[in-house]
Structures are given as structure tokens and as C-alpha cells.
Design a protein around this ligand. Structure first.
Ligand code: ATP
Ligand code: MG
Length: 246
């Protein structure tokens, strides 16, 4: 027997009666992260017929109802999106390829390149550091990065010896303070690097945002999730055509 108090937390199927749908419920949950990914995904979602019922920039909410009664959006840290989707906290999510390359868990299906939040992962150094010679001479290079997995693989493939220093942000500061010789970070315009006297010396991989889907959810709720993926696919296609015409 559930006590009345506990029963209040047991959401009915579909989360009826709760403003955000209740835990899991019958809703399809999409995980996004604030900032670039949200900014770039809102137009795609809109084209797919999904709009948030409230402005996430001004709201402090983490769960948002949408104009589609069967779909809700949750906002999590960019690097937490794959974890939410892997364990079924969300059925779908949008994550940068940078985040996915570092994420070690399985259970994720990646059906679609959304082609937004595009940039590249690169090696950068101070302008006066001779990276090419350091590599040629087989010197040990100190590399600061948030992306230790990708960096380790990249330098191992090149046969370069590196000491990796894990950071969680402001990588550009590392060479300026003598913490590291080089960084591995995301670059788009290169303005942040330039503003800090750094130059891009090597491109590692092109980055964009990907739709990710929980594999079990896709199997169990294929009839609901498949049309959503297809609608987003069409939205990506028309955004591409729109950009080509401009
Ligand atoms: P947090 O601030 O929570 O630690 P974050 O700094 O990774 O996360 P953002 O800076 O918004 O959050 O980056 C989110 C995603 O956007 C990245 O994982 C990457 O895929 C993409 N991204 C990051 N920097 C750029 C950039 N300069 N240009 C284009 N896309 C980018
Ligand atoms: Mg950030």
C-alpha cells in the first residue's frame, strides 16, 4: 500500500495533472543545453512543429512544456546530455560531437547530424612556440585540454609524447601562464585564440551537433520517435537549402 503522501509523487501515465508532465510519464523527453546548442536548435525544433511554451533564457525552469503535448524539453549541462539519454532520463538529446567523442558510455543511437554549432577541435599554441619543430624533435609537449580522450588519441596516432593536463574551461589561459605548451580546444572564428595571442597549429576533427536517441526508447517507442527524427531531418534539410539560397 502506498501512503497518500508517497502517492502524490507517483505520476499517472502521461503525467496528467502535472504542469511539466511528471517523471518519465508518457511524454517524449528531449534534452538540450543552454547557450549555443539551444539557440541553434530552437529554429530547427520550430520548423519541426515544436516550440517551448516559455522563454528558456528568462525562465529558471529546467523542464519545459512544448506546443506538442507529447513532447517536453529538459535543460542540462552540455556534457551531461549523453548521460541523460544513455540512462533514459531523456529519450532524445542534442550534443556536440566533441562531447560525444569524450563520452564513453554506450546505448546511444546517433541518427542525425543537425549541422548546427559547427566548429572544429584544434591544437593551438602561443605564436612564438615552434610546434612543428617540437613534434619533429620528439620533445614532450604539455597539452592542456577539456578533451583528454580525443587529445590522447590524436597525439598517440601522431606518435607525439604529451603530458595531458585536464582543465574544465578557459583553456586559452594555460599557455599564457606557462601551465602548458599547447591546448586542444574548439575553434570557430579563431577570434578568442587571436585575442589571447594564440595560433591554431593543427586541426583534429570537425564538430557539429548531433541528435542522439536512447536505443531502448527507439525500440519501444519507435512509432512516436521515428516521425520526430524525420521531422528534424526535414528541418535540417530546409535550413541547408535556405542557407544555400542566401
Ligand atoms: P558548460 O558551460 O556547461 O561547461 P560548454 O562550455 O561546453 O558547457 P557551450 O560553450 O555552450 O557549453 O558549448 C556547447 C557545445 O557547443 C559544445 O559542446 C560544442 O559542441 C559547441 N561549441 C562550443 N564552442 C563552439 C564554438 N566556438 N563554435 C561553435 N560551436 C561551439
Ligand atoms: Mg561554456
Amino acid at each position: 500500500m502506498t501512503t497518500p503522501k508517497l502517492a502524490a509523487f507517483a505520476a499517472p501515465p502521461g503525467g496528467a495533472g502535472l504542469p511539466w508532465g511528471g517523471p518519465a510519464g508518457g511524454l517524449i523527453t528531449l534534452a538540450l543545453s543552454k547557450g549555443r546548442i539551444l539557440d541553434d536548435c530552437l529554429p530547427l525544433l520550430k520548423a519541426a512543429g515544436i516550440e517551448l511554451e516559455e522563454d528558456p533564457e528568462t525562465s529558471r525552469k529546467l523542464i519545459f512544456a512544448t506546443t506538442r503535448p507529447d513532447v517536453r524539453v529538459v535543460l542540462v549541462r552540455a556534457s551531461d546530455v549523453p548521460t541523460y539519454v544513455q540512462y533514459g532520463g531523456a529519450d532524445l538529446g542534442v550534443a556536440g560531437k566533441d562531447v560525444l567523442l569524450e563520452h564513453s558510455g554506450g546505448g546511444l543511437y546517433q541518427p542525425l547530424d543537425l549541422k548546427v554549432a559547427r566548429c572544429r577541435m584544434s591544437v593551438a599554441t602561443l605564436a612564438d612556440f615552434d610546434y612543428a619543430s617540437a613534434v619533429k624533435q620528439g620533445s614532450r609537449i604539455r597539452v592542456a585540454t577539456k578533451y583528454t580522450g580525443v587529445a590522447r588519441q590524436h597525439f598517440a596516432d601522431k606518435g607525439v609524447h604529451v603530458d595531458l593536463i585536464k582543465l574544465y574551461g578557459s583553456m586559452e589561459l594555460a599557455p599564457l601562464t606557462g601551465l602548458a605548451d599547447a591546448i586542444v580546444d574548439l575553434v570557430s572564428s579563431g577570434n578568442t585564440l587571436r585575442a589571447n595571442g594564440l595560433i591554431e597549429v593543427e586541426r583534429i576533427v570537425e564538430i557539429s551537433s548531433r541528435l542522439i536517441v536512447n536505443q531502448a526508447a527507439l525500440k519501444l517507442r519507435r512509432d512516436e520517435i521515428r516521425p520526430l527524427i524525420e521531422a528534424l531531418e526535414r528541418a535540417v534539410e530546409s535550413a541547408r537549402e535556405g542557407a544555400a539560397q542566401r
